[in-house]
Design a protein around this ligand. Sequence first.
Ligand SMILES: Nc1ncnc2c1ncn2[C@@H]1O[C@H](COP(=O)(O)OP(=O)(O)O)[C@@H](O)[C@H]1O
Ligand SMILES: [Mg+2]
Length: 365
Amino acid sequence: MPDVNEYVLDRVTENISSVTSAMVVREYKQIGEGAFGTVVEAVLRPYDGPTDQWLGPFAIKRVPAQTEYKSRELELLRVVNHPNIVSLRYFFDKPSSSDGRVYQNLVMECLPSNLQSEIKYYKQSKYTIPYPHMKAYTFQLARAMLYLHGFGISHRDIKPSNILVDPSTVTLKICDFGSAKKLEPNQPSVSYICSRYYRAPELIVGCSIYTTKIDVWGLGCVVAEMFLGKPIFQGQSPELQLKEISKLLGPPPKTFFFKSNPHYRGEMFSNKLFSCTVEERFEQIFSNSPPDAIDLLLKILVYDPAQRASPRRILVHPFFHELKREKFQVYPRGATEPVTLNLFNFSNYELELLGSLKDELLMTN
Ligand SMILES: Nc1ncnc2c1ncn2[C@@H]1O[C@H](COP(=O)(O)OP(=O)(O)O)[C@@H](O)[C@H]1O
Ligand SMILES: [Mg+2]
């Protein structure tokens, strides 16, 4: 029997209704250890209800309640509501029994895996995630971004470990809003966010007025990683990260530095490190990948954020046409029966964001 930790709390707030009540929490498994806290699997029940009727399982993320680092995680998770974003069910504050500090606890729906583990799992058996699954996952990731970016919210830490998946249903949900922020036009934000391998080039050179396109760069890196089985740009230092990018995209244009940060005085990696065209370079690196995947990556992994594909442009890319086929089904890992995915249940808000591309996206082929 694993370590079970059961306790009663006077004040647990339900996210949607904001109603606060006493509940019993039973934690039984640690599932994550991150930079700022821990994540455990747990079940909850109302304190005055039947003792055998547990709700869940949930994932509880615990972070110190007051830190100098301002986390908007609770605030943002309370306002978002999307099938491809992890949903918050309850939250509560609790002093830790070991260090006496107050911890903020976020009780979320629990998914069995994340993309980092999935990529690793297939890599170990010398495969990649099956293409139809990759398409479904990427589509869901772009859908989550369309929604978030519609509110001006940037996740700012897109990477495989912050992308939860359920391989048995091929469902994807973004998690970890610990770095997320609503970006206001022309208002500066810190550029030292995002994990290095997934950091957009404009952030590397110290751009402070950036846009939600930094998340799209992260999406491109995640898609590339699904194909390659390892991170595409593995810089040994923040500055060398730009060199890794230039090995695929060629030297950054002079205008890129000027537009991103006119004060940048670091290395510009202006020597071309390969002799072929950028398209040919992509074909070399993604030699086993389908042409429409390479075309999509060519439109995402672009220096200039203004030229980088937007989530709505990504959603209509031919890479996803297969998903629209009437009889499209996938076989989840280990399953003998296929499942049908519900990828096109767009809300009115999403349809509005899609605008003129709506018909193109909903047209079946
Ligand atoms: N709702 C959840 N369901 C299942 N696992 C989760 C959930 N939330 C987080 N995790 C796991 O815990 C890890 C750390 O959580 P995360 O929110 O990314 O915290 P940190 O800010 O410490 O990185 C994730 O990589 C994931 O594996
Ligand atoms: Mg994380």
